[in-house]
Design a protein around this ligand. Structure first.
Ligand code: AP5
Length: 230
């Protein structure tokens, strides 16, 4: 099978879950734990949009509507990024893959490179909680994430790390959030069975506090690494 767990010291992780489940929040913490290249296709597309590149302009309409950007636009940037120097010893994918064709493309590329995925970390949260989380989310220019009630910054409206003003993402408006959630259920949730069948899926209760979710992920990764060493 193309995409099996491969014994290796590399930690190649995928964060999977609905919008607002806390993937970015957990990624911030995991990046403090492990020297992993962080590859978030949503961030890459937002950057492309800000820079006004061809990709950014094409992606904009889809993102504003809460729709997925077409596979042919996203696959290329993601598979190129996992081959960059900083990703050779491990990566953390956030928001990719998001469709079965994206997962197939990633699997084929990993096989060509003789690498394997260590685990797919599924952060599960119910839809009603997602709406609360996304409506209160605020982000810094550098992409640090806060929540007005659940994870407030020390000074209202300012990033704890660089002091820049926090803003609400354009696609966090209620009508767009509903569209993003239904797209998740339709196009992305089939990846749960896809990775379960490959023995890669690890489930986490994302309704717990960020610290509890992080502790659980860390404990799971420690066990996986121990298994690799045996
Ligand atoms: P993307 O940027 O990937 O957004 P997303 O998947 O919708 O995920 P979010 O960033 O909204 O949520 P998150 O899970 O990271 O949650 P967070 O940690 O911020 O994608 C945006 C768009 O780009 C897509 O809609 C699509 O158009 C396009 N795109 C991107 N990748 C693509 C691809 N591969 N293919 C096609 N199109 C693609 O947390 C949310 C809030 O909750 C925060 O305020 C946080 O503080 C709070 N919070 C987090 N954890 C907890 C907790 N445990 N308890 C309480 N509050 C919490």
């Amino acid at each position: 099978m193309a995409f099996r767990h491969v014994m290796s010291s590399e930690l190649n992780l995928i964060l999977l879950g609905p919008p607002g489940a806390g993937k970015g929040t957990q990624a911030d913490r995991l990046r403090d734990d492990f020297p992993l290249a962080y590859i978030a296709t949503g961030d890459m597309l937002r950057e492309a949009r800000t820079e006004g590149t061809d990709l950014g302009l094409k992606a904009q309409t889809y993102m504003e509507a809460g729709d997925l950007v077409p596979d042919e636009l996203v696959i290329g940037i993601a598979v190129e990024r996992i081959q960059a120097d900083d990703a050779r010893d491990g990566f953390l994918l956030d928001g990719f893959p998001r469709t079965v064709p994206q997962a197939d493309a990633l699997g084929e590329e990993m096989e060509k490179l003789g690498r394997g995925i260590t685990a797919v970390l599924l952060v599960e949260v119910a839809d009603d909680e997602i709406i609360k989380r996304i409506s209160g989310r605020r982000v810094s220019k550098a992409g640090r994430t806060y929540h007005v009630d659940y994870d407030p910054p020390k000074h209202a409206g300012r990033c704890d790390v660089d002091g820049t003003q926090l803003v609400q993402r354009e696609d966090d408006k209620p009508e767009v959030v509903t569209a993003r959630l239904s797209k998740y259920h339709e196009a992305t949730s089939p990846l749960i069975d896809y990775y379960e069948d490959q023995g890669l899926l690890r489930r986490f209760d994302g309704s717990r506090s960020p610290v509890e979710v992080h502790d659980h992920i860390r404990a799971t990764l420690a066990t996986l690494r121990l298994e690799d060493e045996l």
